[in-house]
Design a protein around this ligand. Structure first.
Ligand code: FAD
Ligand code: NA7
Length: 526
């Protein structure tokens, strides 16, 4: 531990257990300039930036094992059980499908469908994660950030208790505290769910192949997992309670689900799980119910099937109670449990801040947490007044047919500007590379693009861009830059741009059919 001192003493707890206690001091005295609780995307970025600006910094990171016992190293959700393993598995699924497609391009591939060796995929994914865990530790060391693998809890407005795996408690004093503790999966309150179901915290380290899998929940996490499991060759079903991708543009969400069905995922709409039981052979017997009781099924809309794995992706939430927020009067939202913050990311208590997924009302995305963390440190230690701009944040859903978007959904645009002021430019298009393999034919017509615009004088101002197709994230990233132009992005700016041919991104600059014209938006050819 660099440039820190640990003074230790022993305490008898109420239970009579002896605990090693101590106080951790920074090099400059009895307080750190900054203590960050949570070593994920936001916390690490914030800590490193502050240290680079000369602050004395400590980071506490601790992973409470999942209900099924999964645990991981430094780096938080994104690195260990989020973006990174998800994207690698999505890519593995695309590669498998690419091998199949390659036959149409002249490659001699004997198998109808190449076989996945799950253990090899797992070791590749986990190997990469371990290298990232190590990289984060090295970066903290290089920047003289003190790292404690310990669970943080606020004792007072400037004191944190840090409990490590051995049960030892250290007290750490800080002038500023940043909460960057993220969220964890919620498990539905139905019989058998906690005992037998896994979450995304377990999926990426499953020792056995998941086999026939039921995914419960239609957030992006649920859809992405169901999508890549299908692509990897597992028999996969999905339960959707109400609408898919709540909060996203619903035209796009419907097309994504239609495409997933054509791609092979069995989708049960308007369905909720009722119970999960383990059979003698280890498989899981699941009963679910149609929310419309008049549907068919066993009786009054009740259905049943047996699965090897049940993955619940039914939302995420923070563990605010464990942080001791009540003791220091940091306010949280009653419903979400997330920490209430102002535009400077400050909580209801001065000098205590919250960034990333644990903060109320913030988009739950890694680059958002990272940028917020860096900007906060620059305000605290670099004389900056620059706040995070939470508008026009692009994102991508990595379903088999990817969906990238930036700006407003149609629903939000109508809500904000009124339907009479909205114009939409749209097109169904066929990605050239997918028109060749016959296996892709039934999915071709799902590729769709739209720009949502506000009518302004002679031009339309773009307030949302939505792209369904290959490499959607790569396509949308550039358009997101354009959306941030001062004064906004006129539609004429997009349509006057020359396309790059032949690409899928050029279909955005070729948009010309408006929804109000009522014309068929199917475009073909060059
Ligand atoms: P986290 O990264 O969750 O880090 C919080 C850390 O704090 C964790 O290590 C936690 O164990 C630790 N902690 C919690 N409490 C304490 C405590 N009391 N003491 C010490 N440590 C504590 N985002 C994208 O941008 N792109 C994607 O493609 C994407 N895919 C995702 C896929 C999945 C399956 C999931 C679940 C998420 C995905 N996300 C994606 C979201 C992204 O992972 C999060 O937005 C991001 O990790 C949030 O960063 P954070 O710093 O707020 O929290
Ligand atoms: P969300 O967005 O909170 O979604 C959770 C999903 O799980 C959603 O489809 C829910 O259906 C569904 N759900 C929740 N409880 C149940 C039960 N009991 N049974 C069946 N289905 C259920 O998920 P995330 O937390 O993963 O997403 C985090 C953020 O990502 C989110 O805030 C967005 O900004 C993007 P519902 O729609 O409620 O009917």
């Amino acid at each position: 531990m660099s440039r820190t001192w640990l003074h230790r003493w022993q305490l008898k707890t109420a239970a009579g257990v002896t605990r090693i206690c101590g106080r951790l001091f920074s090099a400059n005295g009895d307080r750190y300039d900054l203590v960050v609780i949570g070593g994920g995307s936001g916390g690490l970025a914030c800590a490193k930036e502050a240290a680079g600006l000369g602050a004395q910094v400590a980071v506490l990171d601790y992973v409470v094992p999942s209900v099924q016992g999964s645990s991981w190293g430094l780096g938080g959700t994104c690195v260990n059980v989020g973006c990174i393993p998800k994207k690698l598995m999505h890519h593995a699924a695309l590669l498998g499908e690419g091998i199949r497609d390659s036959r149409s391009y002249g490659w001699k591939v004997e198998e109808e469908r190449p076989e996945l060796v799950w253990s090899q995929l797992l070791s590749t994914v986990q190997g990469h994660i371990k290298s990232l865990n190590w990289g984060h530790r090295v970066q903290l060391k290089d920047k003289n950030v003190t790292y404690l693998n310990a669970k943080g809890k606020l004792l007072d407005r400037h004191t944190i208790s840090a409990l490590n795996m051995k049960g030892e408690v250290t007290e750490v004093k800080a002038s500023n505290i940043v909460l960057a503790t993220g969220t964890r999966p919620k498990i539905p309150d139905i019989p058998g769910a906690a005992e037998h179901c896994i979450t995304s915290d377990d999926l990426f380290m499953l020792r056995k192949p998941p086999g026939k899998t039921l995914v419960v929940g239609a957030s992006y996490v649920g859809l992405e997992c169901a999508g890549f499991l299908t692509g990897l060759g597992f028999d996969t079903s999905l339960l959707i309670r109400s609408i898919p991708l709540r909060g996203f543009d619903q035209d796009m969400a419907r097309l994504i689900v239609r495409n997933m069905e054509r791609h092979g995922t069995v989708v049960h709409h308007n369905s909720i799980p009722v119970k999960v039981e383990r059979l003698d052979d280890g498989r899981l017997d699941v009963v679910w119910q149609h929310t419309n009781q008049n549907e068919g099924g066993l009786e009054r809309g009740v259905f049943q099937d047996v699965f090897d794995t049940v993955l619940v992706a039914t939302g995420r939430g923070p563990d605010s109670k464990a942080l001791g927020l009540d003791a220091v009067s940091v306010e949280t939202d009653v419903e979400s449990g997330k920490v209430i913050v102002d535009e400077r990311d400050e909580t209801t208590v001065p000098h205590i801040f919250c960034i990333g997924d644990a903060a109320d009302g913030r988009p739950e995305l890694t680059p958002v947490a990272i940028k917020a963390g860096k900007l906060l440190s620059r305000r605290l230690f670099g004389n900056s007044t620059h706040n995070m701009d939470y508008n026009n944040i692009p994102t991508t859903v990595f379903t088999p047919m990817e969906y990238g978007c930036v700006g407003l959904s149609t629903e939000k645009a109508i809500n904000q500007f009124g339907s009479e002021n909205i114009e939409t430019y749209h097109a169904f298009y066929h990605p050239l590379e997918l028109t060749i393999p016959p296996e892709r034919e039934n999915q071709l017509e799902d590729h769709y693009i739209k720009t949502v615009c506000v009518r302004e004088g002679n031009d339309d101002r773009v307030v949302g861009i939505h792209f369904l197709g290959p490499n959607a994230g790569e396509v949308i990233q550039g358009f997101a830059v354009a959306m941030r132009a001062p004064g906004g992005l006129p539609m004429s700016q997009i349509t006057s741009t020359i396309g790059i041919h032949p690409t899928n991104a050029e279909e955005v600059v070729k948009l010309y059919i408006t929804k109000s014209s009522g014309r068929d938006p199917v475009v073909t050819g060059c």
